[in-house]
Design a protein around this ligand. Structure first.
Ligand SMILES: NC(=O)C1=CN([C@@H]2O[C@H](COP(=O)(O)OP(=O)(O)OC[C@H]3O[C@@H](n4cnc5c(N)ncnc54)[C@H](O)[C@@H]3O)[C@@H](O)[C@H]2O)C=CC1
Ligand SMILES: O=C(O)C1=N[C@H](C(=O)O)C[C@H](O)C1
Length: 234
C-alpha cells in the first residue's frame, strides 16, 4: 500500500517502521499541516495520528480526495458524527479506534461483560483510572472514554465525569507520569472487597501494529468501521 502519514510524531514514526517491514511504502509524511503538498492520486490510504485540532481537517481532506482513512488521534470525537456524515456522503471509507492494540480490544469486551454482571450489584461503585506519559495533550484518554461508554451501555450509570463524580456518574481519573505508554484500570469497590481489571501497554508497538493491520483491512472497503470489525470481536 502507498501510505500517507498524517502526524509524524511518536506514533507516526513507529507506524512508518512497521508498515515498511510489512512491504508498504510511505509516500507522504505530514507534520504541521502541509496538506497541500500531497498528490492524493498516488496515495492508497491515509493514517492519522496527529493532534486533536488537526484530525478533522486531515480526515476530511483525504475523504474528499477518495482516499480511505484510519484514524487513531484522540480528543476530537465531538465531531465524529460530522466525519461519519461526510464519509457516507462521499461514499468513502473511514475507521476510527481509540486504541488499536489487540489486548485493549479484548479488555473492552471484558469490561462490557463485567459491567453486565455488576449492574444489579448496587453495593459496588465503579471508577476508571488512566495513566499516560506527560506529553499527552488530551484527558481523559480516548481509551478511558471507550471503557466508560462500555459501562454506560451495560449499567444504570448515566454519564462519565473527569474528576469527582456525582450520583449516577462514572468518575475517571487521569494521571500524567513519566513515559507511561498507557495503563487503564476499572475498579468496582464495595465496603467488603474490590474487583479490578487492568490493561498495561509495555510500549506503543501494539497500537502501531494494530493501525497498520486496520489499514490493510480497510483498503478496498466502503463505509465507517471500528477495530471491532477488524478483529471480529463484536
Ligand atoms: N488510537 C490509538 O491506538 C492511539 C492513539 N494515540 C493518539 O494519537 C495521537 C498522536 O499521538 P503521538 O504520536 O504519541 O503524539 P505526538 O505528539 O508524538 O505526535 C503528533 C504529531 O502531530 C503533529 N502535528 C501537529 N499538527 C499537525 C497537523 N496539522 N497535521 C499533521 N500532523 C500534525 C505534531 O507535530 C506531532 O509530531 C494522539 O491524539 C494520541 O492520543 C496514540 C497512541 C495510540
Ligand atoms: O496518547 C497516547 O499515548 C495514547 N492515546 C490513546 C488514548 O488516548 O487512549 C491510546 C493509548 O492509550 C495511548
Amino acid at each position: 500500500m502507498r501510505i500517507a502519514l498524517f502526524g509524524y510524531g511518536k506514533m507516526g514514526k513507529m507506524i512508518e517502521g512497521i508498515a515498511m517491514k510489512r512491504g508498504h511504502e510511505i509516500k507522504a509524511r505530514i507534520d504541521m499541516g502541509n496538506l497541500e503538498d500531497i498528490d492524493f492520486r498516488e496515495i492508497d490510504i491515509a493514517i492519522d495520528f496527529s493532534v486533536p485540532e488537526a484530525a478533522v481537517t486531515n480526515i476530511e481532506k483525504a475523504l474528499e480526495n477518495d482516499v480511505p482513512v484510519v484514524s487513531g488521534t484522540t480528543g476530537w470525537l465531538d465531531q465524529y458524527s460530522h466525519i461519519v456524515k461526510r464519509c457516507n456522503e462521499l461514499e468513502g471509507a473511514f475507521l476510527y479506534a481509540s486504541n488499536f492494540s489487540l489486548g485493549v480490544n479484548i479488555f473492552f469486551a471484558l469490561n462490557e461483560f463485567l459491567a453486565q454482571k455488576m449492574a444489579p450489584l448496587k453495593q459496588y461503585e465503579v471508577s476508571i483510572e488512566e495513566i499516560h506519559h506527560t506529553e499527552k495533550q488530551d484527558a481523559p484518554s480516548g481509551t478511558a472514554i471507550t471503557i466508560a461508554e462500555g459501562i454506560l451501555e451495560n449499567s444504570d450509570y448515566t454519564h462519565w465525569k473527569l474528576g469527582n463524580a456525582r450520583e449516577g456518574e462514572i468518575p475517571i481519573t487521569s494521571k500524567r507520569i513519566g513515559d507511561y505508554a498507557g495503563t487503564h484500570t476499572v475498579d468496582y469497590d464495595s465496603s467488603i472487597d474490590q474487583i479490578r481489571i487492568q490493561h498495561t501497554a509495555h510500549s506503543r508497538q501494539g497500537f502501531a501494529e494494530g493501525a497498520v493491520i486496520a489499514a490493510e483491512w480497510l483498503l478496498g472497503k466502503k463505509g465507517v468501521f471500528s477495530m471491532q470489525d477488524v478483529l471480529n470481536l463484536g
